[in-house]
Design a protein around this ligand. Structure first.
Ligand code: T1G
Length: 690
């Protein structure tokens, strides 16, 4: 066993208790050096007769937060001792081992804690098995020990969803033996001294009584309750099977089944995609080329112009993060309506137990609704969420330019308008940035931060950092029509509409997208968002299918009819009226209808999105291909088990993407043109992503 040069694991004795401390920033990931150090520390404890008990703890922000994901796919992941050996060695220690938990004990970190004979934690700690979010399952005994310690239902929920639980809930289900309100390590040592003579040592792998609740129906009920959420994913079902095995087989056999399931997942494309995405979403927060020493501006108060759906949702993000908001409307009625919607949204969250009444009161207490536009003069960041029209935006920015204090950041929530043009219309273009929230703004995680040509670096940095502070996933976008997400939506919509005339139905196009893993297809999405968005509002001007639908009030779900008919519960059904409109249009335009294959739909809607993403890259509108993937997973529900459009294209093979587009090129003219970057990379056998 090759000994690493410097060990992140140190040991010190406190009386007859050996304290094993990991110092492996930033999250004490269980890389090779840590694994090696833990085994060495257990050997040391056993060899030292003066040691009667062991405490394992971590320095820094958290207890072990799991295996080192950056080792996956590299030889380091297989360097001895691997995590299963580490946890088994801890459990086999002849002296009691106590895990002292703070921060987030996740994945392999929780597996280390489960191998310990006891677990203590501070109340703020969280414990979880998020491997499923990486397309995996706990591969170091977690699926076998967790149900034995916390119970089957708790283990199922944690392993198959990946959601952590708090220390109090962990204590209540038996995962934690004691909550430590004061200083963790000294009290963990005190706990170790209390239990040092208790025998036999309580080994998680040997517990059986918690499995007795293992009514076979619990698995079927769980599967049924989560079928929609797990649709298309491999890992959740593997986690369910692994936990079920814990109820059916002795630990030694169960852990072999766990290992088999783990290796199957690890070798699959979904795990690769989800592990890629884990790093992609963290990379998105970084700004390439930021001048050294750039500091964010201090944001004490945020101003929001407009209390409509977007303005209200945007305001809630800041209020929930404890940032005061001044919200301005033009009429008391609009202001009251907007603040009323915000309160009802908060109350709905409280009714679901997501918030306490006190938290709702605190958030709303930070809101200053006013009709006084000048009140925005006290704000450090002002976000306008007014009507999506350039003239209106310029008028608003002109007024803000006059009253905003020096150094205030002026942000537009525009979803596709030219931020450079807006910035050029005022005296301080450097303070202007786009902050494109996705609707509903208080729910959707994605935030496109649009960098204008003149946007100051500290303005961009401030927008990115405050985006993270309000629990968004901010991505830098350059200025173009639709930035990153909506820009790629356009060729998809163009081709989807042409496919209707050529012979596909809305339900066929949507089915192909849903089977691919999208939450809904283009036409379902249009009906949900509103078919009338962007419509010219003239019912006598009917130039395409969309105009025809809007002209007869088929504006989507909100009108009970759009591309689909809807019943009183908004359940969709294919519409003969729409089918007739499509066929009439095809005839009028002399389009000969034909049988359209599903593959053609994939090539003309999904491959064209990849092509557009390549153009976005070659223009520099996105910093990196993985940012495009982050936009599509968080903004439009692209299935994360495919990594995002650009990672998926790499997985398909760029040569295959190009071949498919060449097959469709004639049908897609004149709108379609090849990205040179895509052609170049395909020709050289290169990838967009790692
Ligand atoms: N491995 C490697 N690097 C990690 C890491 C990990 N497990 N977790 C975080 N990092 C890096 C991250 O890339 C970033 O790096 C920095 O730490 C800060 O992260 C066998 C197989 C712990 C809640 O899935 O959930 O155990 O960008 O920005 O917001 O069964 O990180 O600074 O260069 O997220 O404070 C299971 C994943 C692994 C936990 C902290 N564990 N991490 O959140 O910081 S698989 C996980 C998190 C496993 C075993 C299986 C979060 C966090 P950089 P951050 P944060």
């Amino acid at each position: 066993m090759e000994k690493p040069t410097t060990s992140p694991i140190s040991t010190t004795k406190h009386g007859d208790v050996l304290i094993v401390l990991s110092n492996n920033p930033p999250v004490n990931a269980l890389g090779h050096a840590v694994r090696h150090g833990l085994v060495a520390a257990i050997e040391e404890a056993e060899a030292d007769n003066s040691v009667s008990a062991v405490v394992i703890a971590c320095e820094g922000q958290t207890f072990f937060a799991g295996a080192d994901v950056s080792e996956f796919g590299t030889p380091k992941a297989f360097e001895q001792p691997m995590l299963p050996q580490v946890v088994d060695r801890i459990e086999s220690c002849t002296k009691p081992v106590v895990a002292a938990i703070h921060g987030t004990a996740l994945g392999g970190g929780l597996e280390v804690a489960l191998a310990c004979h006891y677990r203590v934690a501070v109340p703020s700690a969280k414990l979880g098995t998020p491997e499923v979010k990486l397309g995996l399952l706990p591969g170091a005994g977690g699926t076998q020990r967790l149900p034995r310690v916390a119970g089957v239902r708790q283990a199922l929920e944690m392993c198959a969803t990946g959601n952590p639980i708090g220390a109090k809930q962990a204590f209540d289900c038996g995962l934690i033996d004691r909550l430590i309100e004061d200083e963790l390590i000294p009290h963990a040592v005190g706990y170790a001294e209390e239990v040092r003579d208790v025998r036999p040592l309580p080994k998680s792998s040997e517990r059986q009584y918690k499995l007795n609740e293992c009514d076979p129906t619990v698995f079927e009920e769980f599967r049924a309750a989560n079928a929609k959420r797990f649709r298309g994913f491999d890992a959740p079902e593997a986690n369910v099977r692994a936990v079920k095995v814990a109820c059916e087989k002795p630990y030694a056999e169960g852990v072999l089944e766990e290992r088999k399931l783990f290796m199957e997942l690890m070798s699959g494309t979904q795990a690769k995609a989800q592990q890629y995405f884990f790093f992609a979403e963290r990379k998105a927060a970084k700004i390439d080329g930021l001048p050294e020493g750039t500091q964010p501006r201090d944001i004490k108060r945020v101003g929001v112009l407009g209390a409509g759906t977007m303005g209200g949702g945007i305001s809630m993000n800041f209020l929930s993060a404890g940032i005061p908001v001044t919200i301005v409307e033009m009429s008391q009625e609009a202001l009251d309506r907007g603040t009323g919607v915000m309160l009802r949204n908060y109350e709905a969250s409280a009714a679901k137990g997501k918030l306490t009444a006190e938290q709702v009161g605190k958030a709303m207490g930070l809101l200053e609704p006013t009709l006084d536009f000048e009140a925005l003069g006290q704000c450090d960041l002002i976000i306008e969420a007014v009507y999506e029209n350039m003239d209106v935006k310029k008028e608003v920015f002109g007024r803000l330019d006059k009253i905003a204090k020096p150094g205030a950041i002026l942000a537009s929530n525009t979803s596709y308008l030219n931020v450079n043009e807006i910035a050029a219309s005022i005296s301080r273009p450097g303070d202007v940035v786009g902050m494109h929230f996705f609707s509903p703004a208080n729910v959707m995680k994605l935030l496109e931060v649009v960098r204008g040509d003149k946007t100051e670096p500290d303005v961009l940095l401030t927008a990115m950092q405050i985006g993270k502070k309000i629990r968004k996933v901010p991505v830098v976008a350059g200025v173009c029509h639709g930035f990153i997400g909506n820009r790629m939506l356009m060729p998809r919509q163009v081709e989807a509409t042409k496919l209707l005339l050529e012979g596909a139905s809305p339900q066929q196009v949507d089915r192909v997208h849903v089977e691919f893993g999208m939450p809904m297809g283009p036409f379902q999405m249009a009906d949900l968002a509103g078919v009338d968005i962007g419509w010219h509002r003239d019912p006598n001007r009917v130039e395409n299918v969309r105009d025809a639908l809007c002209a007869i009030d088929r504006w989507g779900q909100k009108k009970g009819a759009g591309f689909y008919d809807y019943d009183e519960k908004r359940r969709p059904s294919p519409s003969p009226v729409v089918q007739q409109i499509i066929e009439d249009f095809a005839e009028k335009q002399g389009v000969e209808r034909r049988e359209i294959s599903d593959q053609e739909i994939v090539e003309r809607t999904l491959y064209t999105m990849v092509n557009e993403g390549a153009k976005i890259l070659e223009e520099g509108t996105a910093q990196r291909a993985s940012d495009i993937d982050v936009v599509w997973v968080y903004g439009y529900g692209w299935p994360v088990y495919r990594g995002g459009p650009m990672f998926w294209a790499d997985t398909e093979g760029l040569d295959k993407i190009v071949e498919g587009l060449k097959r469709q090129e004639e049908r897609m003219k004149p709108e379609f043109s090849f990205s040179q970057l895509l052609l170049d990379k395909a020709g050289k056998g290169e990838r967009f992503t790692r």
